[in-house]
Write a protein that binds this ligand. Structure first.
Ligand code: XBP
Ligand code: MG
Length: 255
């Protein structure tokens, strides 16, 4: 089956953004006079719940915080999350993160070869723009034929909804696509949509289980910065390019 589309997760996959999310959450909690503070260890646990609002509600329930029983709590969570999203955008505009190794090179190569590019993420559409425009320029969103993000679907990852939505938009079948993910939740989502998936783990997801993924490599690599193979059998090469991806896709089978 010919490879037609590359479907990218965002946080952890395109860039190491979770520390910026965490900072924006913590600043938002302070702005709303909450004594919540998420350190790295706690955030690593909380990341098992995808979506910022869902993560905040989960935290309040986990800690059995009385505020979770307040009838206005869902609205408060929504307002904190809006504040957090605005702050996250400001931090990225300040050049807080750059794309992971090989990401821009591969996106450019795929575009030049007329492959379809798409985004499939649990974060908000605003946050996708906040990352991609500073990194790729004002026209960055036009590089992507579909941007599936946040609340566009009923269920976030690990449910397959966002990948199904993106494939419907692109009018492609799963066997002509390849998904790029960094986390167990992302891999589960892609596999549940019958997509082959290439994993580049992030700082928070190194110890996740990636069972069923086609391969796990350290990052997409650059000619002078080769990737390391962490699991699976991969084509020969120092960095991921279209020839390499087509070969991987040709041998990839989802469960
Ligand atoms: C990772 C997530 C997101 C971010 C926070 O998304 O789970 O919730 O941590 O973003 P991805 P929001 O699918 O891109 O890996 O606060 O906007 O949800
Ligand atoms: Mg991710």
């Amino acid at each position: 089956m010919t490879l037609r589309a590359l479907l990218f997760d965002v946080d952890g996959t395109l860039a190491e953004t979770e520390e910026v999310h965490r900072r924006a959450f913590n600043e938002a909690f302070r702005a709303f006079d909450l004594d919540w503070s998420w350190d790295r260890a706690l955030y690593g646990e909380l990341l098992k719940v995808t979506g910022g609002r869902e993560r905040m509600r989960h935290f309040a329930q986990l800690r059995q915080l009385p505020i979770a029983e307040d009838p206005d709590f869902p609205d408060l969570v929504r307002r904190i999350h809006q504040w957090k999203t605005r702050r996250y955008g400001e931090l990225l505009a300040d050049g807080e993160v750059s794309l992971n190794p090989g990401v821009e090179r591969l996106l450019r190569e795929a575009r030049d070869a007329d492959l379809l590019l798409a985004i499939a993420t649990t974060t908000t559409p605003e946050n996708v723009e906040a990352l991609l425009i500073p990194a790729l320029g004002a026209g960055a969103m036009d590089w992507f034929a579909a941007i599936g993000a946040g609340d566009m679907v009923p269920q976030k990852k690990p449910a397959p909804d966002i990948y199904h939505w993106v494939m419907d938009e692109l009018e492609v079948s799963a066997d002509t696509c390849l998904a790029f993910e960094d986390s167990a939740n992302g891999v589960r989502s892609a596999l549940a949509a019958a997509l082959p998936v290439l994993v580049t783990p992030g700082i928070y997801t190194r110890d996740d289980s990636f069972d069923g993924a086609s391969a796990v490599i350290s990052h997409l690599g650059e000619p002078d910065r080769p990737f390391e193979v962490l699991a699976g059998k991969v084509p020969e090469g120092r960095c991921v390019n279209l020839g390499w991806l087509r070969e991987l896709h040709g041998t990839a089978r989802t469960r």
